[in-house]
Structure formats: structure tokens, C-alpha cells
Write a protein that binds this ligand. Structure first.
Ligand SMILES: Nc1ncnc2c1ncn2[C@@H]1O[C@H](COP(=O)(O)OP(=O)(O)O)[C@@H](O)[C@H]1O
Ligand SMILES: [Mg+2]
Length: 266
């Protein structure tokens, strides 16, 4: 289990005296899409920052716990070494360099990766997002919100990561654009990149992921196969906006299926 993929064990994080994560454990098997669901403020971005080692830029620090990829500890590395180890993050709110061209944003994502790999990476992102090839010379700030999200994902892919960390890629996008981003995440995964997707849009995330974790006020409260979470009353009510009667009717129809969801109560 410790051999392949991402393993987060008993991770606690604080911003000064504020504890944002409490003993969070999760795994992203090699080649998988795993999602972390949670309301605003649950600690989703904090989790990704802890993995990418960018917490200190936000005044945060890991208090306890470990993070490793393919058996190698990441939690002792600098952020650029984490990228070199195969983990790239698409931060919340995209954060493209607005005054730089699309091409220069992509080049920035490839800094530190071997020159020989850059051409192939650029070809890959232009195939995934043809619009970025068309707009190569434009300033990134002139792109639409959806195109900026594409650029943010593409920039992360320029480092040819084994694992992509995605922080609410659908946030603020029209449903059709969110759908396109979702399709692309699927395609990226099918090309062999593992994905840890953090989302408030549970319907979208549960469709993409094979496993899901629910984060509430810094703690994992529920985890299991995405299809089972999508069918659970609690998730349907709280994260999918299904009213009680529908959920009750569905539960009655489903009968007493085997439950493999794991619940934590501290
Ligand atoms: N830079 C920061 N400084 C202090 N507290 C923070 C900072 N970023 C987040 N927090 C706090 O940590 C908790 C988790 O936040 P966050 O990880 O951003 O949640 P989410 O991404 O799920 O919305 C919240 O209580 C939030 O107020
Ligand atoms: Mg967030």
C-alpha cells in the first residue's frame, strides 16, 4: 500500500494557533482520481497546500503527520522539489500570471523540468486545450474564466506530473464550462496522471472520482467508493442538494445493500 501512489497519514495543520486539519489520512492510488468534498472552510485548500509544501506562503505549517509519494517522503522537501518529485498543484482561483502571455505562463510551468521533456509537454497541453495554442501570444488576463482555468491546468501539466492536485477547478464557471473542465480531467487521467480533486461541486466530483473523502471542519468524517458516497443519504442531502423525501424513497428502493463506507467519529 505504501509503495505506489500518494499516502497522507495523520496530517494536522495549523495557521498560527488556528488548527485547520486534524489527523487527516487519505490515499490516492497510482492512476486513480480521488476527490475530497467539503463545504467552504472545511480545509480542502489547506490539504493541497500541505501536500505541495506551499503552506508557508499562507502562514501555515504542518504540525504532525506525513505525506509520501511512491514510498518517498514529500513532507521534508521544498515546493520545487515536490514538483520535481512529480506533484503539481493547480491553486484555488487559478492564479495565472495575468500580464504574461499564455505561452510564457506555460513556459513558467516547465521551469526546472528537463528541456527534452518540455516540447512533449507543450504538445500534450495544446492537444488538450487547442485554444491555448491559438491564444499563445495573448496576455493571460484577457482570457475568459474558463480559458484561464484551462491555462492553470495546462501550466501544471507542463511539469509532466505523476499526480495533479486540483483545487476547485469548477468554481465560478458556467455549467457548460465546468463540464468541459470535467471532461478534460477525465482525459488527463486516462493519459496516466493521477488526480486529487478538491471540490464543492460534489455532483461533478463524484462522477469523476473512484473514491471520495468528506472533510468537515478539518477532519475526514466519511470515505468510500464514490458511487456509494453518491448514494448515501447524508452526502445526497448535504452535498448534492437532494431533499429528504427523494433520499428516503431511494434508500427504500435500494434496500439494505452492503455498506463499505467508513465513518470516523473523534
Ligand atoms: N492563510 C490563512 N490564515 C489563517 N487561516 C486560514 C488561512 N487559510 C485558511 N485558513 C483557515 O483554515 C480553515 C480551512 O480553510 P481552507 O483550507 O481554505 O478551506 P476550504 O479550501 O475547504 O474552503 C478555515 O477555517 C480558514 O479560515
Ligand atoms: Mg479552498
Amino acid at each position: 500500500m505504501g509503495g505506489s501512489g500518494l499516502v497522507v497519514s495523520d496530517l494536522s495543520v495549523g495557521y498560527g494557533p488556528v488548527r485547520a486539519l486534524r489527523r487527516v489520512s487519505l490515499q490516492v492510488p497510482e492512476g486513480a482520481v480521488v476527490t475530497v468534498l467539503g463545504a467552504n472552510g472545511a480545509g480542502k485548500s489547506t490539504l493541497l497546500r500541505a501536500i505541495s509544501r506551499t503552506l508557508s506562503f499562507h502562514g501555515g505549517a504542518v504540525v504532525e503527520g506525513t505525506v509520501s509519494l511512491a514510498g518517498r517522503r514529500l513532507d521534508t522537501l521544498s515546493p520545487d522539489r515536490v514538483v520535481a518529485a512529480g506533484v503539481s498543484q493547480v491553486p484555488e482561483g487559478r492564479q495565472v500570471f495575468a500580464r504574461m502571455t499564455v505561452a510564457d505562463n506555460l513556459a513558467a510551468g516547465a521551469l526546472g523540468s528537463p528541456r527534452s521533456r518540455r516540447a512533449a509537454a507543450l504538445r500534450r497541453v495544446h492537444e488538450l486545450f487547442p485554444v491555448l495554442a491559438e491564444r499563445a501570444r495573448q496576455r493571460a488576463g484577457l482570457l475568459s474564466g474558463g480559458e484561464q482555468q484551462m491555462l492553470a491546468v495546462a501550466r501544471a501539466l507542463m511539469a509532466a506530473p505523476a499526480l495533479l492536485l486540483l483545487d476547485e477547478p469548477s468554481l465560478g464557471l458556467a455549467p457548460l464550462m465546468a463540464e468541459r473542465i470535467a471532461e478534460t480531467v477525465k482525459e488527463i487521467n486516462e493519459q496516466g496522471t493521477s488526480v486529487l480533486l478538491v471540490e464543492q461541486n460534489a455532483a461533478l466530483a463524484l462522477r469523476l472520482a473512484e473514491r471520495a473523502y468528506v472533510l468537515e471542519v478539518g477532519e475526514v468524517t466519511l470515505s468510500g467508493p464514490a458511487t456509494e458516497l453518491a448514494a448515501s443519504d447524508e452526502v445526497r442531502r448535504r452535498y448534492l442538494g437532494v431533499v429528504d423525501e427523494d433520499a428516503a424513497a431511494d434508500a427504500a428502493r435500494a434496500g439494505t445493500g452492503t455498506r463499505t463506507l467508513t465513518r470516523w467519529r473523534g
